[in-house]
Structure formats: C-alpha cells, structure tokens
Design a protein around this ligand. Structure first.
Ligand SMILES: Cc1cc2nc3c(=O)[nH]c(=O)nc-3n(C[C@H](O)[C@H](O)[C@H](O)COP(=O)(O)OP(=O)(O)OC[C@H]3O[C@@H](n4cnc5c(N)ncnc54)[C@H](O)[C@@H]3O)c2cc1C
Ligand code: SF4
Length: 1024
C-alpha cells in the first residue's frame, strides 16, 4: 500500500503511526514543480487493502448518521486549511446537481490545495465515510449528489500547470473551467476541443469525471480521446500517476493494481468486443476497453468517465489542438423533422466538424427570448420544422468554401433546393452557436410543474437508424401523454430529448415506463444508452441490461480494485439504486411548499415557490466572464453567493427542508446578503430566475420578523426626507471621506467612512423647470420624470435632458403628485430594503399622478435606469393590472426615447462634433437586464465624429446603497475591479466617460478618480 509520508499536518502523522504503518525507504516524487508543493510517499507491497476483492458496501444508515456531524466537522477544521461547511444551508446547497435528484451530503469541504484533499481523504478513510469530488455540479443525471463528504474543487484547485506548446500538452488542476483554459491557450493558437455546452462553468475534472463531449465530437472525439494522463489520489490517500499503459510503473500505484487491471483487460477482451456499442458516443460503465491492448491502452483514460467512483483527480494532462483559422456555417432548413434526421448520414460524408440539430420548438422558444430573437431572425428562413447547423473548419479557407458549396449542392440533390443559409461572418457564427448551446436552457424556461426531464436524453444510435429511432421514441412519448423537444448532436447519432413530466405527481411512474421502452429500442439498434451525460443515478441501474452481467461484474472488479472499501461516490456506475426511487428525488413524496403570504405578485409563475423552483441547477450563473450575472459569485467564488445557491436555499426553506422559520433566519439573510439586485440573472439565467425580485420578497419577510435598523431606514426613506435634508445640504456636505463625521456616520449608521457621499446641491431641480409653459401647440408631448438622485445630487442631467428634448421639438411636461407635498418617487429605495408596502404606496402615487398621461399615451421619460425601469418591472408586481401594464409600455429611458424617435424618422436633432473624439461607455446593470444598451449606443452615435467603446463590464459594485455600506465596501471595490476600474484607469485623459447610472458614476468618481457623465449631458453639449 502507498502511504503518504508527509501527511496532513501533525494530526495526520500521528494517525498513521496509530495504525502501525512503518516507513519504507523507497520514495517517489510525483508532484510537478509548477504547482505549489511536492509530495512524497512510500510503497508497501504488503497491501491488505487491495487484498479485498469484494467491496463491503457502505452501510447507508451509517453514512446517514454522519450528516452534519459536528465532531467530524471539527476534526476537518483542525486539519484542513480550506473551508469546512457542515451547516444545514451549505449541505442543502450541495445536495443537488442539474438532475432531478437531491441527496443531502454529510458535509462539504472546499479544499484550498491538494494537501487538503489528501488530508480529507485520509480522515474519510479512517472514519469510513464516503467522499464525492465535485466541480461545477452541472451533471444532469445525479452523479454529483450523494450521502458523502463533498469536495468542491472549483474555488481553489483551478491552476494551469506545465504547458508544452510544441507537444500540444498542458497539465491542469481539476477545478479549472474549460473556457478559462481556452482563453489562456488562445494566444498560443491552441485550444482544448471538447466543447461542452456548459464550457463557461464546467470544470476539467468534472468533464473528465463524466467523459464529456461537445458539438464537435465528430471531429475531435470525447474527453477520453483528448486526455494523456491523470494524477490522482486514491481512497486511502495514496497518490498515483495514470497514463499510457505501456509506460505504467507498477510501483507508482498501489501494489497489484496494475496487474489486476491488465489481467482483467486480457480476460474480458472478447466480451468487450461483443458488448461495447460500436459508437463514438458510449460513455456508460468504465472504459475497460483501454485495458485490452497494452500497446495503446491508457490508464488515465480508464479513469475518464469514472464519475468520482475510483479516484480523486488532482491533475490532468490534456491533449490540445490547433485553433482552425477558418470556419464556415451552413444552416440547413428542412420542412419535416424526419427529413433532417434522414439527411444527416449524407451530410456527415462531407467531412464537417459539427452537424447539430435545432428543432421547431427550440426555434420558437428562442424567438421568445429577447437575448436570442435577433440572431434567430438572422439565420432562420421561413417556418422550417428542423434545422441542421453544419460547420466546416480548417486551415484552408478555399477548402471550407468548397465544402459549403458541396453542402448546398447536396441539399438540392436531397430535394431541398435553396435550403441552406450560409453564415460567413465569424461573430454571427458565434451568435448562432450560442443559441444552439443554450438549447437545454431554452427548454427549461418553461413555467409550471411540467418540466423536460433528463433520463433518456442522450441515447445514441447509428446514423442510418436515427430517423426511425426518433420517430419511434416520439410515439413512445405520445403514448405516455407527453412530448419532447429534439436538439443537439445529429452528427454522432446522439440527440437530446427530454419528455415533459411532472415530477411532483406521476412523473416517476411515466419515467420508468418510457425508459424501459426506450432502452429496448436502443438495444435493437445496438446503440448506447449513455451517450454523453454519464451514468449517475439515472443510468447505472441499466448497465446489466445493456452490457450484460459479465461486463457489470468486470466493472465491479475495477471499482473494488481501486476503492476496496467503496468510499468513492457509492451507488454510481456499479451497485446503483433504482433510478425511479422517489426518496432520491428533489421532489420527494410529500414535497410541498409551506403556506406563505407574499408581498409581491408571483402569479406569473404560479407563486413564489414555483418561481424559485425554476432553478434547475444548470449553473449558468457560475460563468466566470462576460455579461452581468453574477457579480457576487465572481468576486467570492462561493456557492452561497451565487444565483443557484440562493435559489436552492430559498426552495429548501420554502418547502420546510431547512427547519422551522428558515426563510427568516440569519443563515438565509447571509445567503441573500451579497445579491446586489443587479438583475443580471433576470436576463442571463436561462430559466429566468429573477433573484433581485426574490430578494425584495425575502427582505420583506425577514424584516417583518426582525424589524429595520436605523441605517436601513435612513437609506430607504431618503426620497421622503430629501426635500427637508436638501435645506441643510451645505451642512450635510461637510462630511468628507475619512473625516470625523464620516467615522461617526459609520459608527451610527453603518455607512462606510471610506466613501464619499453624494453632494447635496443648492441648485436642485424643480419640476417647474421641466414644465413647458408655452401655450398648447402641435408639438408632441413627453413627460420628463426626474428621480430623487438626479434631482438633488446631479440636476444638470435633468436640465440637459430637458434642453435636448426641447431642442428636438418636443413639448416637455412635468408631473407632480396630487398631494403636492414632495416630488414623485418610483419606490426603488424602499424595494431595496424590502419595504414593499411603502414602495406600493409610492407606486400608487405615481400611477395616480401619471394617469392622464397614461391615458393619452404620452411617452414618460426617465434618466436613472434603476428608477425608470422600476416602472416597467416591479410596478407590475406591486400593482398588477392594466394601468401598470400601460405605464410599463410608455415608460422609456431618455436614450430609448431618442433612439426610438430616430428609428421612426421623427427625430430632428442637429448635433455638432464635441471637442473629445472618444467615449468609453459603462452600462448600468438594469440597462443590460432590459436590453437597452443598444439604444444608448445608437444615441451616442448621433454625435458626429465620436468613437464609442463599450466597456465589457458587469456590475460597477455600487448597486444602489450596497457599496456605501461599511460591511460591503471591500466587495463593492472588488466588483468594480473586475472590469470597470481597470478600463477607467486605462482610458486616455481626453476620453469621455459615459455612465447613465447614478451609482455607477459615483463608483467611477470615488474609486476611479474620473468624472463620468450622463448621455443627456453629452447630447446637450453637442446641440448645434
Ligand atoms: C445545460 C446543460 C448543458 C450540458 N451540455 C453538455 C454537453 O454539451 N456535453 C456534455 O458532455 N455534458 C453536458 N452537460 C453535462 C455537464 O455540464 C458536463 O458533463 C460537465 O462536463 C460537468 O462538469 P462539472 O464541472 O459541472 O462536473 P460535476 O458535475 O461537478 O462532476 C461531474 C462528475 O465528475 C466527478 N468529478 C468532478 N471532479 C472530480 C475530480 N477532481 N476527481 C474525480 N472525479 C471528479 C464528479 O464526482 C461527478 O461524478 C450539460 C449540462 C447542463 C446542465
Ligand atoms: S440580481 Fe445580480 S447579484 Fe443578485 S443573484 Fe442575480 S445576478 Fe447575482
């Protein structure tokens, strides 16, 4: 047996001693110098562990008894440097992956380095508890959940190690995300070609665990075909290198293991030949075919697809590919689904890199998603029943063009003349692929209890049988009263399809019936029952039926050789439970939401609980770059501070699974605390989770129980006391960052002393200024709605807007509250504090004041995105009804109005060039969430000779009051440092900075020492 000589800290050393292990003189060094430390271990060929041939299965009751065990947690905390999370909320957050299953882990550790993993494995071995490695947790069929000690590699174990461009090889740690690796490789002209749809959050360890595959597997193969070696820790903590079989060092792994594996390969060669489907897409079972030929076999590849059941990967050596410089896309249109399926086998003969299916339902659903509408309109012609996206890629552009021409010809020969839309533009090709990649997510945006369920979604069959198989499976669905949407990897006979089932009701029953009939068909076609997503809980049960009993005994032998005590992820691949055991489901028998009186209207989803249940754990919110979502995760890297983590916590609390009053507990407050309400998820979460709105509901519920602090009241009520406070503006402005008053303010109100506060202005904006007092004429009317922040702190923006609108020939009107007491307010500051009733009363006031303009259809124009867009968004939850709907349709941001008028050919706004020739634009999160950035760019483009560059930034980190709060200051700055501040610092002194959000401008000024302006001011300066 291998013993770790430098074990984890002092406790580990004494534990080894206590077991009577003796040191042997032979040492080996396996860890590469690029990583932070090296490890030495010794071999002892008298292994008692490997002598065990049949694993004594983990007794489920014993593992259950350790769930949340505080003694175990204390021991782990003593000996590990990483996080040890044993509380109910954390366990809840790690009890699901993107499958229908939910199993509570014993506890969670987030190892800081490899030594932590080693230490945890040794403790687990000693205590006899199962372990479960985890990456992004995006698996679809339950392999990443279990009653085990879950080890999350994604936060810290994500470094890139030795890289050899000439050898096209790189070593990586398991928690590294695919897209991050590819970004790093790009300057070297290389990439890792296993292009899973979840590439922006899937970890390489998880991809190897699942033997993942992507759209271009036709050309590049699966994970197993692109891996050279794995360094891993085994269940007892011993380390081993798994690479080419013919170079395997028996002393580099537990005694006897190599020989046992080789013997197994030899013995089972014939059976493997007989039973393994002859298809690229076979990811079921263990890859024991790697053991058959000692000359070409690879032990690392044996571990690929092992789903955390054999070893913990600590490093992976990947085989890289050159980035093909030229890509062309042909979008083939088919009048029937059958035609598309039947044509695939002909199309693959042209040598494409990918042939991917998008069916009619998917096209229609994508069209409904604002983010995708324009792209879909760009590549879909007419009303096809199905599309095949055919990509040609390679070194030679002319060759790709020739192949695309052949595709057009072939389609005509098949009877589909003019059936190809050619896409040459690289950016548009990427946009098309984004729609295809979002396929599953698009389907999951369905509201209600019926959801597309993953369990037969990746069976693969030979291409000649594809049309017949899909037709037959569709009939099976119909027989069971359901339907399925088809998409994905037509090229390799692996189409994704999920029947729509209600897992809270009769879903399990139908699921069993459908899977039985499907597998019978797959067997007839000599297909593969697990063609992409692995075995997990949904497939493992069927191995015996698909591979035969002898093969399954061989799989068990492999498991026992690696993990004799059965500690690694039990119940997956071998010795699995029934896939329809409802006690393992997310919606277990008896699942119900607790009654709750909600403050907001959630009827669109059928209730607050249903809105929360929309999160299917697909993990899109874990994406590290691009877009807005989710700033708090991007700076913390913690599951807790992630849209998914929050939604899961809410779901568990709302269904009583986290104990009494969990919804209003401090743990829930901590979970929601760092959501900045940016609404990034509203647009970018594929299932449309609107966590900002959920936070409002949560805060309402929480503060009903716990009341409000002085600081919370001070911020929320600002619009109410602003008219009075403005009178003392000169005094209030005496507070300066770091000064005595600031320190006092931090102590009393929790407002960070490190921040400047907005300055009260003596020349505040008065609504009378907006009102055009001229006699009625034939000019079109607009209402200028000035918010609290622009009114009291930056009135020049409102004046600029008024000037521009007037110059453009509009008659500008103002609105006052009927009570005349104080200006109108959208209620945002109340919403941000969860004071829903106060916000509702502001909304009512606003609706009453605007009634006459709503009835006349007058455009209502606002300047501050978070305020104006409240009229469009939250008003409908506060005061659902026709009037709110009408207001939502008329409420426009200043730039939206300008862009709209220009597009309609009504805008008369002569502008002259500015002195500055460049502008750098930062979008407010809500502008992005409501897709208004294009309007802003179009508005800026009206200024002659101005070059505009948009900062690819997420949240500025200020997010209303968030960045002013002492407890959030550091995080706020970290968020700004992600993209915004580096871009601001890099901007030349004569570059104009444009930001329409009050808090964004403040962050830029406060932390970036540059002055940013509202677009209305730029337009006013440019008035001819
Ligand atoms: C919307 C959506 C689209 C998807 N599209 C695709 C697709 O195109 N192609 C595809 O193949 N899959 C796809 N998947 C499935 C999934 O995203 C991929 O399999 C992905 O590679 C899993 O990565 P992960 O980091 O989330 O792994 P996890 O789910 O965390 O883990 C996967 C498995 O690997 C094991 N594992 C993780 N780390 C280690 C380690 N260090 N050592 C040993 N074992 C480890 C785990 O125990 C688990 O069994 C999709 C899933 C979703 C939700
Ligand atoms: S609103 Fe923004 S911060 Fe909050 S969960 Fe959604 S993306 Fe994250």
């Amino acid at each position: 047996m291998f013993l770790v000589e430098e074990s984890c800290l002092s406790g580990r050393a004494s534990a080894s001693k206590a077991r009577g292990e003796t040191a042997l003189p032979k040492f080996k060094r396996y860890w590469r110098p690029n990583f932070s430390y090296s490890l030495r271990f010794r071999s002892n060929s008298q292994s008692s562990l490997l002598a065990v041939t049949k694993a004594p299965d983990i007794v489920p009751g014993a593992a259950h008894a350790r769930i949340g065990d505080s003694t175990l947690a204390a021991r782990l905390r003593r000996e590990l440097e990483g996080e040890v999370l044993f509380d109910a909320f954390s366990r809840g957050r790690y009890s699901t992956d993107a499958s229908i299953y939910q199993i509570e882990p014993i506890g969670v550790i987030v190892p800081r380095h490899r030594q932590d993993v080693l230490c945890a494995l040794q403790i687990a071995a000693e205590e006899g508890i199962p372990v479960l490695p985890r990456g992004g947790g995006t698996s679809q069929i339950g392999q990443t959940v279990g009653t085990a000690l879950v080890m999350d590699t994604s936060r810290y174990l994500n470094q890139i190690g030795d890289f050899d461009a000439a050898a096209r090889s790189v070593w990586v740690e398991p928690g590294l995300v695919l897209d991050q690796l590819n970004r790093w490789l790009k300057p070297h002209g290389l990439f890792y070609p296993v292009d899973v749809s979840t590439g922006n959050r899937a970890t390489l360890g998880g991809m190897a665990g699942n033997n993942s595959c992507g759209a271009r597997s036709l050309r590049y193969g699966n994970m197993v075909h692109n891996l050279r070696a794995i360094d891993a820790l085994l269940a007892d903590g011993s380390a081993a290198h798994f690479g080419a079989l013919n170079q395997a060092d028996p002393e580099g792994m537990p005694a006897g293991l190599l020989q046992r594996l080789i013997d197994l390969g030899q013995r089972e060669a014939q059976e493997i030949e007989l039973r393994f489907p002859k298809l690229l897409r076979r990811v079921g079972g263990y890859n024991i075919d790697e053991l058959v030929d000692p000359a070409s076999g690879n032990l690392g590849r044996l571990l690929v697809g092992s789903e955390g059941t054999l070893a913990f990967f600590t490093r992976l050596q990947l085989e890289l590919q050159p980035i093909p410089p030229h890509k062309l896309l042909g979008v083939c249109h088919f009048p029937t689904f059958h035609d598309a399926m039947d044509s695939t086998r002909h199309i693959v003969k042209l040598g494409p890199a990918a042939v991917e299916l998008v069916d009619r339902t998917m096209i229609e659903l994508s069209r409904e998603i604002p983010m995708f509408r324009a792209t879909v309109d760009g590549f879909v012609r007419g009303e096809p029943d199905a599309l095949l996206l055919v990509e040609f890629a390679g070194e030679d552009y002319a060759e790709q063009q020739a192949r695309l021409a052949q595709l057009v010809e072939l389609m005509a020969d098949l009877g589909f003349a003019d059936g190809v839309v050619e896409v040459h533009d690289a950016a548009f090709q990427s946009a098309v692929w984004e729609v295809r990649k979002a396929g599953l997510n698009i389907m999951m945006s369905m509201k209600g209890d019926g959801k597309p369920v993953s369990f037969v979604e990746d069976c693969a069959v030979p291409l000649e049988d594809l049309a017949e198989y899909t037709a037959r499976l569709t009939s099976v669905f119909e027989k069971h009263g359901t339907t399925g949407t088809w998409y994905a990897h037509a090229s390799v006979g692996c189409l994704h399809v999920r029947p729509i089932l209600n897992m809270k009701q009769d879903g399990a029953h139908k699921m069993r019936a459908i899977v039985e009939e499907t597998l019978e068909m797959v067997q007839q076609y000599k297909g593969s029952h697990s063609g992409e997503h692995g075995d997990g809980l949904a497939r493992s049960e069927f191995h015996e039926r698909m591979f035969g009993a002898r093969m399954v005994r061989a799989f068990e032998e492999v498991k026992d050789a690696f993990d004799p005590a059965g500690l690694f992820n039990p119940g997956k691949i071998v010795r699995a439970p029934r896939m329809d055991d409802r006690s393992l489901f997310r919606f277990k028998p008896g699942y119900a939401q607790l009654p709750l009186q909600t403050a907001l209207d959630w009827s669109e989803w059928g209730g607050f609980g249903n809105a929360v249940e929309m999160c299917n754990n697909n993990g899109a919110c874990r994406k590290a770059n691009g877009g807005v979502m989710c700033p708090s995760y991007r700076v913390t890297g913690e599951e807790q501070h992630l849209t998914r983590g929050r939604a899961n916590s809410l779901r568990l609390a709302l269904s009583g699974q986290l104990g009494r009053d969990a919804l209003v507990s401090d743990a829930m407050r901590d979970t929601m605390d760092l959501c900045v309400g940016c609404k990034g998820c509203r647009r970018e979460c594929p299932t449309g989770i609107d966590m900002a709105k959920m936070k409002v509901e949560f805060l309402h519920q929480y503060h009903q129980r716990h009341g409000y602090s002085l600081r919370q009241r001070l911020i929320a009520y600002l619009p109410r006391y602003a008219p009075l406070a403005a009178k003392f503006g000169a005094f209030l402005n005496l507070r300066k960052r770091g000064g005595l008053l600031a320190k006092l303010g931090e102590k009393l109100f929790g407002l960070s002393a490190r921040r400047n506060l907005p300055q009260w202005r003596a020349d505040r904006f008065d609504d009378g200024e907006a009102e055009d007092s001229a006699a009625a004429d034939d000019r079109a009317e607009v209402v200028l709605l000035v918010d609290t922040f622009n009114r009291y702190f930056e009135p020049e923006n409102a004046r600029a807007a008024r000037a521009v609108l007037t110059a453009a020939g509009y008659r500008v009107r103002s609105v006052r509250a009927g009570d005349g007491a104080r200006p109108l307010c959208c209620g945002r500051s109340f919403l941000a504090a969860g004071m829903v009733d106060e916000a509702r009363s502001e909304a009512r006031r606003m609706l009453t004041a605007l009634r006459v303009h709503i009835e006349r259809g007058t455009p209502i124009i606002g300047l501050e995105p978070s305020c104006l867009l409240t009229l469009r968004d939250e008003f409908q939850s506060l005061l659902p009804g026709d009037e709110s709907r009408a207001l939502a349709a008329q409420a426009l941001l200043f730039e939206e109005f300008i862009a709209c008028e220009r597009q309609a050919g009504r805008l008369q706004l002569p502008l002259k060039p500015l002195a500055a020739k460049r502008a750098l634009l930062h979008g407010h999160c809500h502008q992005k969430a409501f897709a208004t950035m294009d309007a802003l760019k179009q508005t800026l483009a009206l200024i002659p000779d101005l070059q505009v560059e948009v900062i690819d930034s997420g949240c500025c980190g200020m997010a209303g009051a968030f960045g002013y709060e002492a407890g959030h200051y550091d995080l706020s700055i970290k968020m700004a440092e992600l993209d915004l501040l580096p871009a601001v610092r890099a901007a030349a002194a004569d570059t104009l900075l444009v930001a329409n959000g009050t808090s964004c401008r403040h962050q830029i000024e406060d932390a970036g020492a540059r002055h940013a302006r509202h677009v209305a001011c730029l337009l006013r300066d440019a008035l001819a």
